[in-house]
Design a protein around this ligand. Structure first.
Ligand code: FMN
Ligand code: SF4
Length: 488
């Protein structure tokens, strides 16, 4: 995939012995679309849409390697061979578009979901984040060996299913391996605790197990926090050392995230936080290893990603929510049509939903589970009046027009956007203006007639738009946060 607009971003890269067509990778983003751990058609559609949209390599959401502990109820699993056929389907669908795919192997430890019947949680030590549902018990050394083997079994199954490699999740002080690495939660006094070398032992044993059983051509990538930015947590210095040890252990790529689940907003930055939030870490780590280094964190525009690579901050840009919000992100960027990309506003609705077990959703992209190509033509083309050019009205008008209706959109204000224009006013909310521009631009492309500065009464509609189907999309009430109530 070549692009004169972003030549570095869309140049190929070798990860291990595998060539990937470009440097936009999708990091793990949980969707809750699996069914009792099994790959569903919805999951295949979801990832296929991103592969079709031009992503070079997809790292799937967490995939649990043993049956006892579940992270989120709709997560994928691979703890026995019955999971292989679903993964074959998924890998085949993604490969069809020249995109690579790797599951993120995981054990949730103290973060396991509160499913009735789940035994007492296990973790490196008897501690975990304050919001863990109970104090865990320390995993025994025999259980560590068993779990190491289960990581290996899972990787072998995935390899049989045809994936290109695996990502081992050891970032964010999250899950079992992230927990062992961090001094925040590893308080052990045996050979798996104490020094950084000892805290790394479990991770290195997992890597050795996978490498031995899956061979040299199977990509092993490890996700780390380049800095936990948390008092008492891992520092960049620690992580340079860890990265060098990982390289020596035969890891093919290091995925440098950052933060912890307790330092809010550090791992999944919200709107208004620094773009490319962990690039300072990836840049430094890249100086100390010779394998590809990926960066991640609120990289949601192609020009930033291009600059990061050109500037030596990383070899690969992981773009999660950008690809969630617009499955065609890469194709549009590569073609030089960045203006046509549906902008992610960093609102984190996607995250809030899945943490409570809901299916993935997106504030800006109603088609988040699939691609947009599938709007069915209407059986009968009608005249449609949409009243209100806020986000809902603009989306309704666009989809109606795409389905073949003749659409008129009317708003009493002189410009589109509705309440979103007010919502864009506070600091960190400017990105909403990009949504207004994006939606308005599409209306012209879809042939919607827009009429501004016109207030319609019920009588006006009956008189001037007799025979029209009418969509009322006005009347959104701004919500005043509790602390502001009473202010005038
Ligand atoms: C809805 C959602 C689900 C996520 N699920 C995972 C996950 O399963 N595993 C993981 O390591 N990170 C997960 N993340 C973190 C992302 O991989 C990524 O680090 C983060 O979203 C920042 O990148 P972005 O700004 O490009 O989205 C998730 C993030 C979001 C928003
Ligand atoms: S717009 Fe909001 S919900 Fe959609 S991907 Fe971005 S952060 Fe998630």
């Amino acid at each position: 995939m070549e692009s004169s607009a972003y030549p570095m971003l869309f140049s190929p890269i070798k990860v291990g012995t595998t060539e990937v067509k470009n440097r936009v990778f999708m990091p793990p983003v949980s969707t809750n679309l699996a069914d009792h751990g099994y790959v569903t058609d919805d999951l295949v559609d979801h990832y296929r849409a991103r592969a079709k949209g031009g992503v070079g390599l997809i790292i799937t959401e967490v995939v649990t390697v043993e049956p006892t502990y579940t992270y989120l109820p709709g997560d994928m699993c691979c703890y026995d061979d019955t999971f292989i056929p679903g993964w074959e389907k998924l890998a085949t669908a993604v490969h069809e578009y020249g995109c690579k795919i790797m599951p993120q192997l995981f054990h949730p430890a103290y973060m396991a979901f509160n499913i009735p019947g789940t035994p007492r949680l296990i973790a490196p030590s008897f501690v975990g984040p304050s919001y863990a549902r109970e104090a865990p018990r320390p995993i025994t050394v025999d259980e560590i060996h068993e779990l190491t083997h289960q990581f290996g079994d899972a990787a072998v199954r995935m390899q049989k299913a045809g994936v290109d490699g695996v990502e081992v999740h050891a970032a964010h002080a999250h899950g079992m391996l992230g927990g062992f690495l961090t001094p925040l939660y590893n308080k052990r006094t045996d050979e798996y605790g104490g020094s950084l070398d000892a805290r790394m032992r479990f991770l290195l044993e997992v890597i050795a197990e996978i490498r031995e059983r899956c061979g040299k051509d199977f990509i092993i990538d490890v996700r780390i926090s380049g800095d936990e930015y948390t008092d008492g947590g891992l520092t960049l210095n620690d992580m340079i050392y860890v990265s060098r040890r990982l390289e020596k252990a035969g890891v093919d790529m290091i995925h440098v995230s950052g933060g912890t689940t307790i330092k809010r907003g550090s791992a999944i930055p919200a709107a208004g936080t620094q773009q490319a939030s962990h690039a300072a870490c990836s840049r430094e780590i890249k100086k100390h290893v010779n394998i590809p280094v990926a960066t991640v964190g609120r990289i949601n525009e192609a020009w930033i990603a291009e600059e990061l690579i050109e500037d030596g901050a990383a070899d690969i840009c992981m773009m999660g929510r950008a690809n969630l919000c617009d499955a065609e992100f890469c194709n549009k960027a590569a073609a030089g049509n960045a203006d046509e990309i549906r902008p992610c506003i960093g609102c984190l609705r996607c995250l809030n939903g899945i943490m409570f077990g809901k299916r993935i959703s997106c504030t800006v992209n109603p088609d988040v589970e699939r691609d947009e190509a599938g709007y069915e033509p209407a059986a009968e083309a009608k005249n449609v009046l949409v009243v209100g050019a806020g986000p809902a009205g603009m989306e309704a008008a666009y989809i109606a027009a795409k389905r073949g209706h003749n659409v008129v959109l009317v708003d009493r204000q002189d410009e589109p956007g509705g309440e979103m224009r007010i919502a864009a006013v506070p600091p960190a909310k400017q990105e909403l203006t990009r949504v207004i521009k994006y939606q308005y631009r599409r209306l012209a492309e879809a042939g919607v007639t827009c009429v501004f500065g016109t207030e319609l009464s019920a009588e006006d509609i009956q008189r001037d738009y007799a025979g029209y189907e009418v969509v009322l999309a006005y009347g959104a009430e701004p919500i005043a946060p509790a602390f502001m109530q009473g202010f005038k």
